[in-house]
Design a protein around this ligand. Structure first.
Ligand code: CTP
Length: 413
């Protein structure tokens, strides 16, 4: 199962560091290609020599050892990374993106699934900051081996003992064989036990994204500049937060999160059908799609030939999907709209929120540099039903998605 698999074993400064030697041994025996990365404190418990002998490879323990890009090479090389034992200190650094040692720098560079097996004293494990940091890592996609309860090195009894190396080993093997190690973050709950609750766990969300195309003839269409980036980012983040996500998308290219259910459409009418037939079963509907307001009244079956003089193409109104959803909203459903405005922004967005019966609306302004269609960043203001609004600075669209979903989670809770 593990033959030839490239696995990084990270070891941090815990009394349980000696158990990592057993884990390395089990992995190597199974045919894995193991590289060990140690923190400075870990070397106080077990020597690097032990791990270099077991792995038959040099141990990476200093950012300044070898080439200074070693952490990047290791991060991109690995099929899997497991940090066992992982101390409260390293967990805290990982959850905050601090990378002041070889191990945390490799973690930030890792493109593979990452596991941690926390080990610490019971009170440290139960401390709200440790809980917060672990939850954050889970949302970031890290899988966590829940520690065991028992006697601790301090003499206390409680939860904090490193999961047994055999348990970790068996789970890694199983995940490799089932492909679970590549699953999306929402499933990355405790690898060997109870799931901590993710803020959108069990919530069904439908998100629409991208532009629509209204054909004049078989080769030409009316459309807009939407790239779909905002809607796709929302879908990926909602999935990470535990939601079951359906993404109804017009023609655009962002990568779709593999855990999201895709539905593709072309025209505003197709979008109407795709959304309104699915909406009644959803807890939340978020319309980020840039829907064409008009469509050619009589699209030609053949390519329109050019002639001298002006050309007029009669167009007619498409249906307002959000308006329809607002008028037919099931009890308890949360409806979120987007508004792209160029003037009287707040007032116009508030009007849309009211007329479409929304729970909140996301205003993005085209007046802001780096916001709206196209750029990877956006600057939004969230406006609530009671008229209150929250303005956010210019951010990457993934971060904007997190802000919007945090707001949603607050409303739900
Ligand atoms: N929307 C929709 N159906 C349409 C048009 C818009 O569901 N036919 C949704 C969009 O997905 C967005 C919200 O309505 O969530 C506001 O879209 P926007 O283009 O800002 O405004 P419009 O409602 O089209 O109004 P106007 O063109 O007058 O600004």
């Amino acid at each position: 199962m593990l033959t030839g698999k490239k696995i990084i074993v990270g070891v941090t400064g815990s009394i349980a560091a000696y158990k990592a030697a057993l884990l390395v041994r089990l992995l190597v025996k199974e045919g894995a290609n193991v590289r060990v990365v140690m923190t400075d404190s870990a070397t106080r418990f077990v020597s690097a020599l032990t791990f270099s002998n077991l792995s038959q490879k040099e141990v990476f323990k200093g950012l300044w050892d070898g080439t200074w890009t070693e952490h990047v090479h290791l991060g991109t090389w690995a099929d899997m990374m497991v940090i066992a034992p992982c101390t409260a200190n390293t967990i805290s650094k990982m959850s905050n993106g601090i990378c002041d040692d070889a191990l945390t720098a490799v973690y930030l560079s890792a493109r593979c699934p990452v596991y941690i097996a926390p080990a610490m004293d019971a009170d440290m494990f139960l401390h709200p900051s440790t809980t917060r940091n672990i939850d954050r890592l889970i949302v970031d996609g890290v899988r966590v081996f829940q520690p065991e309860t028992g006697f601790l090195a301090s003499g206390l009894h409680g939860k904090g003992r490193l999961a047994e190396p055999e348990t970790i080993f068996e789970q890694l093997k199983q995940d490799f064989s089932s492909g679970t190690s590549n699953i999306d973050a929402s499933k990355k709950v405790y690898a060997n036990g109870n799931a901590p609750s993710l803020p959108l766990a069990g919530i069904k969300i439908l998100i629409s994204a991208g532009p629509t195309r209204e054909h004049l003839d078989p080769v030409r269409f009316l459309t807009n500049g939407s790239t779909g980036t905002m809607g796709y980012a929302l879908a990926a983040q909602a999935k990470k937060l535990g939601a079951a996500v359906t993404l109804v998308s017009g023609p655009c290219n962002p990568n779709i999160d593999p855990g999201v259910t895709p539905v593709t459409i072309t025209s505003a009418e197709e979008l109407f059908v795709a959304v309104t037939t699915r909406a009644p079963q959803q807890d939340v509907v978020i319309m980020t799609a840039a829907v064409a307001d008009y469509t050619p009244s009589k699209p030609s079956n053949h390519k329109i030939k050019k002639k001298d003089g002006e050309l007029s193409i009669p167009v007619e109104r498409t249906r307002d999907i959000l308006q329809y959803l607002g008028s037919n909203k099931p009890d308890g459903q949360i409806l979120v709209g987007f508004a792209l405005e160029t003037q009287n922004e707040l007032d116009s967005a508030r009007q849309k929120l009211k007329s479409k019966n929304l729970d909140f609306i996301v205003l993005n302004s085209l007046a802001e540099k780096g916001a709206g269609f196209g750029p990877s960043t956006n600057k939004v203001t969230l406006i609530d039903r009671d008229g209150g609004h929250h303005e956010f600075p210019l951010k990457d669209k993934t971060e904007v998605a997190k802000d919007i979903l945090n707001h949603l989670a607050t409303i739900i809770s």
